[in-house]
Write a protein that binds this ligand. Sequence first.
Ligand code: NAD
Length: 345
Amino acid sequence: MIRVGVVGYGTIGSRVADAVRSQSDMKLVGVVKPTPDYRAEIAVSLRGVRFFAPSEGGLRAWRERGLPIHGTLDDLLREVDVVVDTTPGGKGRGMRDTYESTGVKAIFQGGEPPDVAEVSFVAQVNYDAARGRRFVRVVSCNTTGLARLLYALDREFGVERAIVTLVRRAADPKEVKKGPIDALVPDPPRIPSHHGPDLQTVVPGLNVITMAVKAPTTHSHVHSLAVKLGRETSREDVLGMLSSERRIVLVSAASGFRSTADVLDIGRELGRPRADIYENVVWADSVSVNGRWLYLFQAIHQEAIVIPENIDAIRAIATDLSAERSMDLTDASLGVKSGRIFRPP
Ligand code: NAD
């Protein structure tokens, strides 16, 4: 049984904590959270989560609220094999020394710089590179979605060049401080955006250029891709490959899937926890091939896509399980799908 601690209980941390709880080979020992708010109260009463404060000074607030608190970060680190750091982007870098001094292995998130860890990780691409490592970084939502897709295309057809425009959600639903907004923002205004170089930390040598625009929405990014393949192929062959690729699903406008609002809606209709969509969602309608050029749209649920990767990263650094076995376990426990999830038009 892998003993896991989670540091941070926001968008990613709360989901990682629940995903760890649903693995038969992992035990969620506890979660570090600064504030004893309603989310803590629900996690304690419905899920039996054990909370720890970041430091001694943080214990009082929990006691005053009458919520159980089991110690500090240092106490939690003594009880775990692996810690998953999900603190706000940039903060995990500062936490690394603490993890290093206690001997635990640690997983960081995409908001940290690549050099926070020995490996930048996407399970389908480079699980084996993370095996037995001490520090691993699960890359951002956009990088994860692009790495899954472009790695599969490269393996099957070769990718000579990829041109990607990312339309990014401006904020997560609970981030009221970032809104309201009424604009489309080139973000960053320079081209290429940082996403391409980040992608190359996972798929080295990939010839990719990325451009990003922030849009006033809270659920999902949309990626528009133009990919020059290594050889000529057909639309049918690309759809066939995508249909059998793990963690990628195909949807179509004919089945009612018209916008990112439907990403959220499908999550609700499927009864997924927090309406989460862990898969890349590719519009089959958009897949078109002209000679060696392939064009398509995909949607990425930013809050959820990295959750399976965090679970696989834990197994990669803490067990001898193969990539396929780990992903099988993760996908079965979370109900992750692949292929056409609705009748083809
Ligand atoms: P978040 O702000 O929702 O959650 C971070 C949590 O950490 C907050 O609840 C905060 O209270 C807590 N925290 C702050 N200092 C702490 C400390 N010292 N100890 C314990 N907890 C502390 O952030 P998030 O969106 O979950 O992002 C976390 C990481 O995941 C970032 O690196 C981010 O870039 C990455 N990421 C985010 C998304 C997304 O869409 N939200 C997607 C992929 C990756």
